[in-house]
Each structure stands twice: as C-alpha cells, then as structure tokens.
Ligand binder design. Structure first.
Ligand code: SF4
Length: 414
C-alpha cells in the first residue's frame, strides 16, 4: 500500500524570473492599450502570433487570461454572468469565465499587477479554429462589443497525415491576413521581420521541448504541474528573445537537478501521463496529492502543445501552417493514439490520467474509447477524472481524490 507522505512542492528558482517576465508582458500590453500604440492584437493560443508580432502588434492571449481566472478560482464567480446573457454552462468555461469577468468589470490582472485595471482593448482580434470553434464565438463577442475587426483562419479537423493540400490551404489563409493587418497598423509587411520572428519562435519551441524532455529522466526533475506554470513564455511570448532567454535559465536548473539526482517528487515510484486540460483551480491540490503518493505526472499532451518543430524561417507561411495543423488537437484519433504511444515509451509511463473536461470536448480524448484501446494495445491502465478546466461545479474533490488513490494503489501492486 502506498502511504501518503506529507511533503512540500519543490520550488523552481527560475520562477522568480518568470514572475518578472509575466509582469513586463502585461504592463507592456496595458501601456499599449492606454496609449494606442503599438497596436494590440488578440490571438488564440495557437493562432498566427508570429505574423502579428512581425507586423508590430503587441499580442494578448485571452486563453491565458482564462487560465488565470481558473487558477485564481475567480472563474466560479464570473461564469454565471456569461450564462445569464445566453452562453450555456455547457460551453467552454475559458470563454464564459472571461466574458463573465468582463461583464462584471473584473480581472485577476488587477490583483496581480498594480495599476492594471482591465484587460487590454484590442485593435484587432485574430483567431485560428485549429483548436475549436469556441474561440471564434469568444472573439466575435468582443469584436461586436468594441466594433473591432475580427480576422481568422478556419482550420481542418481530424487530420491524419498533414499533406501539402492542408499546408497550402492554411498558408494561403495566413497570407491573406497580411493586407487587412497592414491597414490596421499603417505599416508595410516585411518578410524578413517575419522570418526572424519565426526563427525566434522555433528556438523558443526547441528549448521548451528540451525542458519537457528532462522529465524522461528517472527521477524526473519536473512535473506536469510545474510545466503548467513554466509554459507561459512559450505560450504568450513565442517569437521574442525574452522567451528564449527564460528557457536558457530554466533548462540548466533542471539539468542540474538531473546531475544531482534531485527529484521533483521525492522517492518517485510511479510515472503518470496527464491527458486533457488542466483543472486550473485544483492544480495545487492535485500536485500535492500526487507528490504525497510518490507518483510523478511526468508528461502531458497539454504542455507539449506548444512544441512547433515544423517552424522554419526559410518558409515562414508554409511552416506556420504546418506547425499549426500538426497540433495534437487537430488530429485524428489514430494519429493521437500513435502519439500517446510514443509519449508512453519516451517518458516510461505506468498509467494515464484522462481528464474528461465538461466544457472542452476538443481537448478531451476519453469519450470515444481511446483509454480502452490504449489499454488493450499497450497494456497501459488509465483513469478518467470528471471535471473541468475552469468550472469547479463540474468537479468533485472527494471523487477525484479517491479515484487517484485507488489508481496509484492498483499501479503500485502491478
Ligand atoms: S480548446 Fe477547449 S478550452 Fe480551449 S478555447 Fe477551445 S473549448 Fe475552450
């Protein structure tokens, strides 16, 4: 029997730099929104951020704000305000918590950063439906509210092999954004600037990949819960030198942990994979529970989603199209299972924790018997936790706790 042992989560020292980096990011956005320059573009998490940056925009990611609403548990109070204007409790709780917070005139940014009173008002909103249609509905609400232009890319879904046809279709849509964006900024598009931004983005992605791969070591120096924090630069600052500099600080710290045999989870006995969205409002509780059970959640599809190995400065439009279409969430179940099989092998995974996220069917992969197929083919057991990314009304602490304890017990017996 695995006896839970009270232990503290090990802090990563680079986190101090991260806090400063995030503060700089939000103050830059706040300044731009107040002064009217540079222009502010809102972008979905895997939208064409490189193009927007190369065209001189400062880029704001509402999903990052959604995650903050979840992590601070403010979401629970703000979601009903969006429900009241017709956005169902069944749809994306990033969207409903974000719109609800706006309607209530609230943002966690105000609590975290003195002087910031509101989210930055956009000059343009640019989406990519590669992850879901909800992002389009979400951005459309703000575009109507502020009468701002809404531009975007309509992506393929359920893609098996990514072919030249897919790449050409998406690359064409990205290129078509250039002219309307030029009209908004009043500046000419510069292909060399785009190449440079894509190069920076690729470098950031490669470093982020290296960071995540440190967890393949036994014991792992990093947990999934750490990665949900340290992924922030890869998400909101890709295409900047600052993001690269950050990972140049984080990576050596993790490598030193490896050299010194420092485990993120003391006495690591089991290695798990997290499949699905984080449960933002319960990250600390879950991290603590796994820590006490000496089970390390070593990898996740979620944190891996900001690895873009296809990015190539020589072919900026095509490579962005490929990178954004190769994304896990865009792919067919056959491809997803192949990918998970690779992850299980690379990270030496003993079991998978599937999160059935009530309001995000797109990032939930346990509803069509994938866990059963993986168990049958690879012999890797799993559990499914019912919950949600932001709406804690869909999550039971007791049920999840009991399920995880029983799962760890079952794996330990194996
Ligand atoms: S992928 Fe899921 S969580 Fe993300 S915006 Fe779409 S519905 Fe919301």
């Amino acid at each position: 029997m695995v006896e839970p042992k009270p232990v503290a989560i090990k802090k990563i020292t680079a986190g101090k730099t991260l806090r400063k980096l995030m503060a700089d990011h939000f103050y830059e956005l706040d300044r731009a929104a107040k002064e009217g320059r540079p222009k502010v573009a809102w972008c979905t998490s895997v939208g064409p951020a490189e193009l927007l940056r190369a065209m001189g925009f400062v880029v704001y990611f509402p999903e990052n704000h959604g995650a903050m609403l979840g992590a601070t548990r403010m979401a629970t109070e703000t979601i009903p305000a969006a429900n009241a204007i017709g956005y169902s409790p069944e749809v994306c709780s990033y969207m409903t918590s974000d719109i609800g917070a706006f309607l209530q005139g609230r943002t966690p940014l105000s609590d975290a950063y003195e002087g910031i009173e509101a989210i930055p008002k956009p000059d343009v909103l640019v989406y990519n439906t590669n992850q879901c249609r909800e992002v389009l509905d979400w951005f459309a609400w703000y575009a109507r509210h502020w009468s701002r232009p809404l531009l975007g890319i309509e992506c393929y879904r359920g893609v098996g092999e990514v072919t030249g046809v897919h790449v050409a279709g998406i690359a064409g849509q990205i290129e078509a954004l250039v002219q309307p964006l030029e009209e908004i900024t009043g500046a000419k598009f510069d292909i060399d600037r785009l190449r440079e931004t894509v190069r920076l983005s690729r470098e950031c992605s490669d470093l982020w990949k290296e960071v995540l791969e440190t967890a393949a070591t036994r014991p792992s120096p990093l947990t999934f819960f750490d990665s949900t924090i340290h992924m922030a630069p890869a998400v909101v600052m890709r295409g900047t030198q600052a993001a690269i500099d950050y990972y140049h600080e984080l990576l050596p710290e993790l490598n030193t942990r490896i050299t010194d045999g420092v485990a993120a989870v003391e006495g690591e006995q089991l290695r798990l994979y997290w499949e699905g969205m984080p449960i933002w409002g319960r990250l600390r509780d879950l991290a603590t529970q796994f820590l006490e059970l000496r089970a390390c959640v070593v990898a996740s599809t979620y944190a891996n989603s900001w690895i873009f190995t296809a990015l190539d400065a020589d072919e900026p439009f095509e490579s962005m199209a490929r990178a954004y279409t190769e994304l896990f969430i865009v792919r067919s179940d056959v491809h997803k299972e192949k990918y998970l099989q690779e992850m299980i092998g690379t990270f030496g995974v003993d079991g998978i924790v599937f999160h059935d996220s009530k309001t995000c069917p797109h990032n939930t992969n346990c509803r069509y018997a994938m866990p059963q197929r993986l168990q049958e083919r690879l012999g890797v057991p799993s559990i499914t936790i019912a919950g949600d990314l932001n709406d804690l009304r869909c999550y039971s602490d007791e049920q999840a706790k009991t399920l995880i304890e029983a799962f760890v017990e079952q794996l330990a017996r194996r």
